[in-house]
Design a protein around this ligand. Sequence first.
Ligand SMILES: [Zn+2]
Length: 276
Amino acid sequence: MTGGGWAIQEVASRVWVATARKYTTTTTIVAGEDGGCLLVDPAVSVADLAALAGWLAAHALRPMVGWSTHPHWDHLLWSAALGDAPRYATPRAVAVAAREEAGLIEGVTDGAPGHDLTLFARVTALTGREIGWPGPRAVVLAHDAHAPGHGAVFLPDSGVLIAGDMCSDIEIPLPDLGTANPFRDYREGLGLLAGAAGVEVVVPGHGHVGDGPEFRRRVAADLAYLDAVAAGADIADGRLTQEWLRTEHARALTRARAGAGAPDEDGGRSGTLPGA
Ligand SMILES: [Zn+2]
């Protein structure tokens, strides 16, 4: 189904990924029992969320629980038409979303204006390592790559890894340069994802869904990228196709060459970047 730049595909049994034209942003829907569903990172424009709500209604699905992978504005959205399901994120992500709310709202008003901001970033800290709900097991893989408290979701029954803003075919790794050890943190987070047993489908927050071999190819590409940049060496990565990505690449190189313990003075800015 397509329309208005919005498309949806079933990537595993009763797991769907909707893709918005804007930033190639994905939303994941996991069907549970009795018409309930787990909704991960609904995004991104007002029209996209309306299309999503319409699709869910047409398929007799209603959000029973929401998950936000990380505290960047385009992963904290919601709309009234999606209902009032509880929405969760890792404790660290919830704390960052609260602390940086003003900047995140600026990201929404600049990037996808018109949302009901009273519903924005209304996330609760999930305690425990799984999203408890009447549906397929949903294991949270929490780390600090890309953003503090980034929580990927792995569905062991179907092998679907909802990676958040990692493992993309169209974006280079984007470490959080505002932290003390951005490259180390990123490697650790990537290692956690790579260690998930039985990944058969990878869903990046921005980009295209891939199969198991493609997941491993992306992990290897990301490690190669990180190895080079952390050593202060430039690398020709095929994903450096957009100006903002080249800018982020240059910032990462500058940071690496400055050495550890020198947080980027522009730290936190990635919260308002396009497609990050
Ligand atoms: Zn992000």
